[in-house]
Each structure stands twice: as C-alpha cells, then as structure tokens.
Design a protein. Sequence first.
Length: 167
Amino acid sequence: MHTAHSVFTFREAVPADVTQLADLFWASLNAHPAYISHSEIQTGIALDCGVPAPDGRIKWEKYLLGKITHPHSRVLIAEQEHTLGGFVVQSLNTDYDRTFGVIDDLLVAASLRGSGLGGELLEAGIAWLRSQGACDIYLESGADNHGAHTFFERHRFRCISHMFKLT
C-alpha cells in the first residue's frame, strides 16, 4: 500500500467497491458534465458531450467491474478512514508488437481537488503501467474539460490529436 500525504491509503479496488466508486463518479459527472469524452459516449454512459445517459450510472458500474476484474486493467483507489477520496483506472494494451498504457479515468472528490491527490493517483497509475511494460501512456479528456487539460499538461502529457464524432 502507498500513502499519499500521510492521510490517504492507496489500494486496488475490488468488486465490492463498485457502488461507492459509482456514487463518486456519477455525482461528479452530473456536477461537471464537461468530464464527458468520447469513451463515455461510446459506452452509452453519456448521450453526447455534456449529456449523461439516463442509465449511464448502471453502464458505468458494468464498465468499472470489467476494469476491476480484467487481468490487464487496474483500478486504484485513495481512501481516508474508509472514505473515498479518488481513483484512477488504468489499462494495458498492445498494438501489434508495442505495449501501451491508457489512463482510462482519473477522478478526485471535488472537496480534495488542488490537494495533490490527483497528481499522486496519476503518478501511481503511470508507475503501474510502466511496471507492466507500457512504452507510451495515453489518456483522453472531454473537449471542454479545460481544468483537466491544464492538470494533464502539468503532469507531462501533451495533446496529440482531436477526436471527432459524426453527427
């Protein structure tokens, strides 16, 4: 286990954590719909940019359970006295002969943003992907999620493409 700021304990999520993770995710998504990117639309969690799907929470729970139980994915949570502070979802992928990592989701409780917890979660996700042999690490962010873009750029990520959807 890793401790962040001597306050948060990091651990791998288990299926029993899905409801608590979904509570944090769904509350955050509805409060900040700019979080929505193409992956939420592709999976039916959202109907479009800024528009969560009516059954999106149920779909996200299924998505998250798949990430928790898949051997090439990991969900790391940060908690303080059994209170969830945030999480990072990572996946290891291969494209022909190259192994690459994806930070699928990163979320910190609104009250803890700016505390450094997001950076620690991100770095822990990167470290795990590197330990699994990832050459490159990618992530995506909603087009209007400008605060997240600034955060990712501070953590050595740069924009390399734009995703377009036929409407």
